[in-house]
Design a protein around this ligand. Structure first.
Ligand SMILES: NC(=O)c1ccc[n+]([C@@H]2O[C@H](COP(=O)([O-])OP(=O)(O)OC[C@H]3O[C@@H](n4cnc5c(N)ncnc54)[C@H](OP(=O)(O)O)[C@@H]3O)[C@@H](O)[C@H]2O)c1
Length: 297
């Protein structure tokens, strides 16, 4: 059993007090979301070099650290490649999640598995809530759903946090940055207007997870997205509207892209259970404005 809580000295106005802080480990620490989580939690970072979640022996490092909370952001995220590398996608997203779940149970840590809107098929036509039944339509989504089931059934203390269409400062190559780069290089961008989702800022997910863990709600599935939804075309238009300048975004249809994996055409999420706890995430337009202001500043 690991150390339960870390006592940290904090200087208040005229005294030194000891506060109880959760010892948090982030797996996938230099990924897009992992980077912000590490900062927000002042967490112990584990990169792919430090831990390979597909190798159970590698998970021994968690025993040595003795965390209260393990946030597992490690994933195989290449949605199109997953169609032809299904075994590898399942090895990381499903078997990896099983290994993390077992390790967390052994050390009595809370297991936070980051999942995706792609567990849904998109047929509902309105934002999915936590109670909706997943029905993945691509290998990536199915491997993440398998990861959810392993997390639920192999770690007694677990949170499954579904996020969507992430962008953040780390990692490079997110949708926002790539729109700005392509507009600079090509003067105009073509973006699909028939696929709808909830664009979400990684920093907002990270701060919300901190508030959420402070509340300590019952274990289970939760949706964490910036509120509202839009098509990828609307999202691109908003980026250029905020930045100003004369950039043209042209709408196209998703079948023109000829991508290998099918995508849900409407995978927006609603944070119904967060709202039930009195917790709200800001709207996607505000979050985007915040991200761009920080990037440009
Ligand atoms: N990006 C999105 O739009 C999106 C949407 C919905 C849900 N999600 C979920 O959100 C989570 C975070 O996504 P992200 O965009 O931050 O992904 P990311 O930037 O690709 O980060 C994933 C991290 O996992 C590491 N990793 C991969 N395989 C590993 C293994 N076997 N053992 C240990 N670490 C491993 C990667 O390291 P290396 O690069 O060094 O291999 C990388 O640092 C994932 O669970 C993803 O499924 C993402």
């Amino acid at each position: 059993m690991g150390q339960k809580f870390k006592l940290s000295p904090v200087r208040s106005e005229n005294s030194l007090v000891l506060v109880i802080r959760m010892r948090v480990v982030v797996i996938g620490a230099n990924g897009q979301l992992g980077t912000d989580l590490v900062k927000v939690f002042d967490a112990i970072p584990l990169t792919h070099e430090d831990i390979d979640i597909t190798d159970p022996d590698s998970l021994d490092v968690l025993n040595a650290i003795g965390p209260d909370v393990v946030v597992n952001t490690a994933a195989y995220v290449r949605v199109d490649d997953a169609e032809v590398e299904a075994e590898e996608a399942f090895r990381v997203n499903a078997v990896g999640a099983l290994n993390v779940a077992r390790a967390c149970d052994e050390i009595d840590a809370i297991n936070v598995y980051i999942s995706t809107d792609y567990v849904f098929d998109g047929a509902k036509g309105e934002p999915y809530v936590e109670q909706d039944i997943p029905n993945p339509i691509n290998v990536y989504g199915l491997s993440k759903y398998a990861g959810e089931v392993f997390t639920r059934n192999y770690s007694s203390k677990h949170y499954i946090i579904r996020v969507a269409s992430l962008y953040g400062r780390a990692g490079g190559g997110n949708f926002v940055d790539s729109m700005i780069m392509r507009a600079k290089d090509e003067g105009a961008v073509r973006v699909v207007d028939d696929v709808f989702m909830s664009p979400t800022y990684t920093k907002d997910v990270s701060y919300m997870l901190r508030r959420f863990l402070d509340v300590g709600p019952e274990f289970g599935v939760y949706h964490f997205v910036n509120e509202g939804c839009c098509s990828w075309y609307d999202f691109a238009r908003e980026i250029f509207d905020i930045l100003g300048g004369d950039v043209r975004a042209a709408p196209i249809k998703s079948d023109e892209l000829g991508r290998r994996a099918r995508r849900p055409i409407f995978s927006a999420l609603k944070n119904k259970k967060l709202e039930g706890l009195g917790l709200r995430m800001r709207g996607w337009e505000d979050a985007l404005r915040g991200y761009l202001a920080e990037e440009m500043g």
